[in-house]
Write a protein that binds this ligand. Structure first.
Ligand code: GLU
Length: 432
């Protein structure tokens, strides 16, 4: 029997990291077994459902490359199916009508199922007395619609969060009543923050869209999500999506909560940025800078590609571009007060910067090597500690105490800007 799995989000919020991981595990499981991954939108709670959340969910899944083979199906468009199933149970005397709702009295019994992760689980159904199937507004409850749909869609495996483990016995009695064969279940553990509490806004970003906005690459985020509660064995961590499909195995999903580890995510992202082609990285930088209003239309692609190349091994996320490297795009650069204080407000600095300016202004070529040679000559002639020139020059040109290699930066910025910035720093910012 071929594998059929589903991801069934309710459009009552943005796509949370935990839900994205559930979607990913289903998708990987389907791909691994050449099965079918179905997207089902559980939108019968009309008060809480919102089209903006649906858009967020769809776009976030598309960003991650978690694309459905079937669907999206919308529960709100499948009401006749639930009504028919309720009518059948009423007819058979298994359900009763009560104040306009359809209720299912649960016969006390012990229900056992074998969770693929947790093993056998037995629950005494006398705990739940009776279940609401259809509410008085004519809409089905989650448990009822879920069972009718999972049966109708011939779902073979339900992979979902631990938080649904208490629903499973309720759903199993409904499978029994409707005469359906239940699927297999795997309840995957929660994701918790560094404080071991359920991942929430308190610990930072929780939705995929926020991570996308920060500038994580989709394959890095997918790789990271896959490792939240699963590992292929050994110490392997850098596993691109195609290899995840090959390696994914439900039996290697851990039973205990998975801790969100921002540093590992950042590390993975920097690894994928390093491995990206220069062409792709240049395009990503260009899009991002344009979106942030830092890049004019029609900017020279070759110039942007020099910046991308210089930053390729230095970026953790694309956000670092506009947080640490705006000096490439903004004139004058934003001067960090601390850096100005520490490196420019010193005796002799203004004079040294002006001398450097004169030498650089006279250079026929502005290649990094030529710029460096001119600076080193000045350092030698003036018997300076090289830091005594390079640190202030860095602040003058980038506004910052830390930057990528200064002579590369200068070469990319070009003579005019570098000369202007050295002059500005010497005359306006430094103390003579
Ligand atoms: N709509 C439910 C949720 O988002 C689906 C749970 C399930 O997978 O059965 O939690």
């Amino acid at each position: 029997m071929s594998v059929r799995v589903r991801f069934a989000p309710s459009p009552t919020g943005t796509l949370h990291v935990g839900s994205a991981r559930t979607a990913l595990f289903n998708w990987l499981f389907a791909r691994h077994h050449q099965g079918t991954f179905i997207l089902r939108i559980e939108d019968t709670d009309q008060k809480r459902s919102n089209p903006a959340f649906l858009t967020d969910i769809t776009e976030s899944l598309a960003f991650l490359g978690i694309t459905p083979d079937e669907g999206p199906y919308f529960q709100s468009r499948r009401l006749p199916l639930y009504q028919r199933a309720a009518a059948q149970l009423l007819e058979q005397g298994k359900a009763v009508q009560q104040d306009g709702a359809v209720m299912f009295p649960v016969a006390p019994q012990r229900v056992t199922f074998t969770d693929l992760l947790h093993g056998p689980i037995t629950v005494d159904t006398s705990l739940f007395e009776s279940l609401v199937l259809m509410k008085s507004d004519g809409l089905p409850t989650y448990n009822f619609a879920c069972v009718v749909d999972d049966a109708d869609m011939a779902i073979t495996h339900i992979i979902r969060g631990d938080d649904h483990i208490a629903n499973t016995p309720k759903q199993l009695v409904l499978y029994q009543a409707l005469g359906f064969q239940p699927p297999q279940f795997a309840h995957i553990p929660l994701i918790v923050g560094a404080d071991r509490a359920r991942l929430s806004k308190r610990q930072g970003a929780t939705s995929v869209a926020e991570y996308r906005e920060v500038g994580y690459l989709p394959e890095a985020f997918v790789n990271y999500l896959a490792l939240l509660g699963w590992s292929p064995g050994g110490n392997r961590e850098l596993i691109p999506p195609e290899e995840l499909v090959h390696a994914f195995d439900l039996s290697r999903v851990r039973k205990t909560a998975a801790q969100f580890d921002q540093q590992k995510l950042d590390w993975l992202n920097s690894q994928y940025l390093k491995r990206a082609s220069l062409e792709r990285l240049t395009a990503l930088c260009g899009e991002r800078l344009k979106a942030k209003g830092l890049l004019a239309n029609g900017v020279d692609r070759a110039w942007l590609s020099r910046i991308a190349h210089l930053l390729q091994d230095r970026l953790k996320t694309l956000q670092d571009l506009e947080e640490e490297h705006t000096f490439f795009f903004v004139d004058p650069p934003a001067y960090q007060p601390d850096a100005v204080e520490q490196f420019l407000r010193r005796p002799g600095v203004a004079d040294n910067l002006l001398a450097l300016k004169e030498r650089l202004a006279a250079l026929p070529s502005f290649e990094a090597a030529a710029v460096e040679r001119a600076a080193r000559e000045l350092i030698a002639e003036r018997k300076l500690d090289s830091k005594a020139l390079i640190h202030p020059a860095r602040v003058a040109v980038t506004g910052r105490a830390v930057s990528p290699p200064l002579f590369e930066v200068m070469s990319i910025l070009g003579k005019t800007k570098v000369v202007d910035r050295l002059e500005h720093a010497a005359t306006q910012l430094a103390r003579s």
